[in-house]
Design a protein around this ligand. Structure first.
Ligand code: HSE
Length: 293
């Protein structure tokens, strides 16, 4: 017996929602297969093969299987660029939690699986942040708070993702953030995060886009991404609603109307090019939570 799931890329933070908000993307996605085994073992095929550790103690999916107390063979068909800021470490963790729950009929709800899957992130980020595994399991725009997670449907927007050829590790990007932020900055960030969720609930993409920008997260981390401000301005000039660093970077995402997506993509790549940086890119939509396939 074997359970096979599709676990998609995600974009965490959405600016001010640091460690709280995340968006499920329709593509790319990993395929995770889980089957009972004599001992816990991990195999990786695809983009992460060779760079993602196979030792279960150092692998996000391995930590999840350990936390759930199951000896399984986990095969990860990996399609999300490692260290890109698109939840490459979260998708195997979320997919594994979901698949083990199915395989052994453990009866967890999707919400109940989020804190379990978050334990996997310790292997990648050093902390059990849930803003990638949350949307990967729940879909749409997901809010995580303590052991709770809630998904809100998004309006129909295109998501343009630009992956510049820059190395950023999640651990290093987390260390850049100050332990304390001034009260005034905290108030502005809470306001933006709330407005973003209100924008999703009221199907107002312009409100979502405005709320994506100007967070403390952007202020401290954007210097890691050469050309950040020009790339953001390029996207906005072509009709993007807003731009943010995806997770801990270096990927940047822009939300825009479907018919503007190619123009926004071209402008962002062009601006990175002016700074001598080459990019990969893709255009996708908001995705659903992990599914059995
Ligand atoms: N919220 C996490 C961070 C996401 O920004 O460090 C990492 O992908």
């Amino acid at each position: 017996e074997r359970v096979r799931v599709r676990a998609s890329a995600t974009s965490a933070n959405l600016g001010a929602g640091f460690d709280v908000l995340g968006l499920a993307l329709d593509e790319p996605y990993d395929v995770i297969e889980v089957e009972p085994a004599e001992r816990l073992e991990i195999r990786i095929v695809g983009k992460g093969a060779g760079s993602i550790p196979l030792d279960p103690e150092k692998n996000t999916a391995g930590l999840v299987a350990k936390a759930m107390g199951r000896d399984v063979l986990i095969t990860i068909h990996s399609n999300i660029r490692p260290s890109g800021g698109l939840g490459s470490s979260a998708a195997p963790a979320a997919g594994t939690a979901f698949a083990i729950n199915e395989l052994f009929s453990l009866g967890y709800t999707r919400e109940g699986l989020v804190p379990i899957a978050a334990k996997g992130e310790v292997a990648a980020a050093g902390v059990a942040h849930a803003d990638n595994v949350g949307p990967c399991i729940m879909g749409g725009l997901t809010i995580v708070c303590g052991d709770h997670a809630k998904s809100v449907a998004m309006p129909d927007v295109s998501v343009v993702a630009i992956l510049p050829d820059i190395e950023v590790s999640t651990k290093a990007a987390r260390e850049l953030l100050p332990a304390c932020v001034p009260l005034r900055e905290m108030v502005l960030n809470v306001g933006k995060a709330c407005m973003l969720v209100a924008g999703a609930s009221s199907k107002d993409p312009a409100m979502i886009g405005r709320s994506l920008m100007g967070s403390f997260n952007e202020k401290y981390r954007s210097p890691l991404i050469k050309g950040y401000e020009d790339v953001r301005a390029g996207a906005l000039s072509q009709g993007a609603y807003g731009v943010a660093i995806s997770g801990s970077g270096p990927t940047m995402i822009a939300l825009c109307p479907g018919e503007r997506s190619k123009h926004v993509e071209k402008a962002m790549i062009g601006q990175f090019g002016k700074h001598g940086i080459s990019c990969e890119s893709f255009i996708t939509r908001v995705g659903q939570g992990v599914q059995i396939i």
